[in-house]
Design a protein around this ligand. Structure first.
Ligand SMILES: O=C(O)CCC(=O)C(=O)O
Length: 282
């Protein structure tokens, strides 16, 4: 199909002939998601409790355990010297897929960002006993556009263990997504995201937060999926990090999220064509 381009705004349309952009299904547009979005914009985060049942949790935990076996701990205190952090986890296990594409999360992303928003990072985070509190930070601070501003990224942290103040529950500063660059998050302003295993916290990239200290004798297991707007650079280079054979096994939604998509008119193209074409050659 050919498209006539007559004005600049025509370039914002989906010009693809074969691999047209995906349309979000109805599950991503519910009254509950609208309420979650209201909380997200007001507080900078929303906690959604008990999204995963026991069987699903057990399956995800088992998949994580396989990948974590003998996995090293972090190289600095931000990664966590007593934290096992598995980068590009989509390349290593299939247990993240349904979390990365969960409709309750993508429904919020639909409201935040342009269609064809991207997954920016997908990691397993196992905070081991004795780990110190992580430096408070914002997740999209590396996009050097002055604050206060709209978020350019957002993140989920899925609790695979109960998150408690003692075991390193993520600490957040409510409302800090609205701050200017002159204000730095302080420890005493934080509160822990206490939630049962199977719950998720979703927060804006502008929100001050950090993993808590683990003062218990057990690890605190979580999965984080970070997302960014369709025209921002992803933190993890999934195109190199995930073999094409693996990409072919992923759902169309997840393929699009990792970067097999086009932000109109051409962002993400491979030699001028849609990146999904490169999977046809494998
Ligand atoms: O593990 C957590 O609770 C938060 C981790 C985090 O914010 C990060 O590593 O950027």
């Amino acid at each position: 199909m050919s498209h006539e381009i007559t004005v600049q705004s025509d370039l914002g349309k989906d010009l693809a002939g074969t691999f047209t952009a995906l349309t979000p299904d109805d599950e991503r547009d519910t009254p509950q998601i609208a309420r979650d979005f209201e909380a997200l914009m007001r507080d900078g985060y929303v906690v959604i409790e008990n999204l995963l049942d026991h069987a699903v949790l057990a399956h995800i935990r088992a998949g994580c355990a396989e990948v974590l076996d003998n996995h090293k701990t972090g190289r600095n205190n931000f990664e966590g010297l007593k934290t096992q952090r598995v980068y590009t986890a989509i390349a290593k296990t299939r247990v993240l897929d349904d979390l990365a594409t969960h409709p309750r999360i993508l429904g919020l992303m639909d409201r935040l960002f342009a269609p064809n928003f991207l997954l920016s990072a997908a990691q397993i985070l196992n905070v081991l006993p004795g780990e110190d509190a992580q430096l408070l930070h914002t997740d999209d601070g590396f996009y050097k556009i002055p604050r206060p501003r709209q978020a350019l990224g957002a993140a989920s942290i899925w609790a695979l263990d109960d998150f408690t103040p003692e075991n390193g529950a993520t600490r957040l500063i409510q409302g800090s997504h609205l701050w200017g660059a002159d204000r730095i998050g302080q420890e005493e302003e934080t509160s822990p995201a206490v939630m049962p295993a199977g719950s998720v916290i979703f927060f804006l990239g502008t929100l001050w937060h950090g993993a808590g200290q683990n003062q218990t004798a057990r690890a605190r297991l979580a999965i984080t999926c970070q997302y960014c707007d369709a025209y921002m650079r992803q933190q993890e280079n999934f195109m190199l990090g995930i073999p094409k054979e693996t990409v072919k096994q992923l759902s169309p939604e997840l393929q699009s999220l990792i970067g097999y998509s086009i932000h109109p008119p051409f962002m993400g193209c491979v030699d001028g064509v849609h990146p999904l074409r490169s999977l046809q050659e494998v």
